[in-house]
Write a protein that binds this ligand. Structure first.
Ligand code: HEC
Length: 176
């Protein structure tokens, strides 16, 4: 037979476990961090965000990666933005590299770039080695890129990948 205190301890620990879990579920969101220093990136979902942008900010999964793999028209919207924002100046017209590195080979500047979250972090917040900051909310300049635009660009970049081996970005699942 369990003593009174043991029963109380079991009930207490179950309640604590429940209370501990609830806030985790409520705050399920993609925790984006700066490639420069690992600090949290100040990017929030905003009213004008597309459903794809909202999904990414909640789960870290970029819906455009699978869409662009299946539909060249979706990929093209990312390529257009890559040119519009002059990413081409440093990375070349097809992202194969120029003064900036190739984004279509298997050599990644940071190992986290094999995930869409990691690649998003470097595009949105820049790096310490020459990649500018592009997200309007991070740069404090609303003229710069929105979450949706960066995600479309990543979708196109993934569709251009020619480095061989696995493509882990096609099988990413929601992070909670
Ligand atoms: C002024 C030159 C410049 C421009 C413009 C530029 N980049 Fe970069 N980019 C770089 C450099 C340099 C690096 C390498 C950074 C490092 O190693 O820290 C980089 C790295 C990257 C990477 C990681 C590549 C890898 O192989 O891991 C991605 C993705 C990327 N840039 C996307 C973009 C996109 C998208 C744009 C346009 C919105 C853009 N870049 C515009 C210079 C540039």
């Amino acid at each position: 037979m369990l003593g009174n205190n043991a029963v109380k301890a079991i009930i207490l620990s179950s309640v604590l476990a429940l209370v501990g879990l609830l806030p985790l579920q409520a705050s399920a969101a993609c925790q984006l961090v700066s490639t420069k220093d690992g600090s949290p990136l100040p990017i929030k979902a905003v009213d004008e965000d597309t459903p794809e942008a909202k999904e990414f900010l909640a789960t870290c999964v970029n819906p455009y990666t699978k869409k662009a793999a299946a539909d060249a028209d979706v990929a093209k919207t990312g390529k257009k933005l890559f040119g519009y924002w002059s990413c081409t100046q440093c990375h070349g017209g097809n992202a194969g590299g120029q003064t900036g590195p190739s984004i279509t080979d298997a050599t990644w500047q940071y190992s986290k770039h094999t995930t869409d979250k990691g690649m998003f972090e470097t595009i949105a917040g820049g790096s310490n080695a020459g990649m500018p900051t592009w997200h309007g909310q991070v740069a404090g300049n609303p003229e710069l890129l929105k979450t949706d635009e960066i995600l479309r660009i990543i979708g196109w970049l993934r569709s251009m990948y020619a480095g061989g081996g696995d493509k882990p970005w096609l099988t990413e699942t929601a992070q909670k």
